[in-house]
Design a protein around this ligand. Structure first.
Ligand code: COA
Length: 141
């Protein structure tokens, strides 16, 4: 038997993941469900200009903040909180009981989310870019 690995070319694994995406998640998490993910992009505008945006992913009744950025000139005027609030409303609409977000532990984003009512659920040492990551969450119910 010969076993080899290779770096796939773009698109080479599309059919494989289409066939097995649900299986690998179900086997890993021991949870046979129809896996369904959706992504929503939210925008905050100030005087018509985009002040910031948030990308929300909803999967298995949990909301995840995948990206949030308010451009520096528009900061500290409520755009970030307004985006997070909107993301929570949307998560609630899709029956999520919790929203989570990973941030750099004890830095600015953590202070922002704590001000938005989030709590630290866990701290994972040297997790992203070898930095400590705080997993923050807010229960919606
Ligand atoms: C974090 C970020 C989204 C905040 O956006 P913002 O529009 O300035 O935030 P808001 O004006 O809505 O502030 C909401 C609350 O958070 C607090 N806050 C915001 N930025 C803060 C900071 N850097 N340090 C401490 N608290 C902060 C505000 O004081 C406010 O609290 P208050 O109402 O009790 O006074 C923005 O600074 C940013 O895009 N940073 C870079 C990317 C990032 O870290 N994204 C988040 C992780 S996904």
């Amino acid at each position: 038997m010969s076993l080899e690995t290779e770096v796939a070319k773009p698109g080479d694994t599309d059919a494989f993941w289409k066939a097995h995406d649900r299986d690998w998640r179900s086997e890993l998490w021991n949870f046979r469900v129809v896996w369904h993910e959706q992504t929503h992009d939210l925008i905050a505008r100030e005087d018509g200009e985009i002040a910031g945006a948030l990308r929300l992913r909803i999967a298995a009744s949990l909301g995840h903040v995948d990206a949030l950025y308010v451009v520096p000139a528009h900061r500290l005027r409520g755009a970030g909180r307004a985006l997070v609030t909107r993301a929570e409303e949307l998560s609630n609409y899709y029956n999520c009981h919790k929203v989570t977000v990973p941030v750099f532990h004890e830095h600015a984003a953590q202070a922002f989310f704590l001000a938005c009512g989030y709590a630290v659920e866990a701290v994972i040492p040297q997790h992203t870019f070898k930095l400590d990551v705080a997993l923050l969450r807010k229960f919606l119910l």
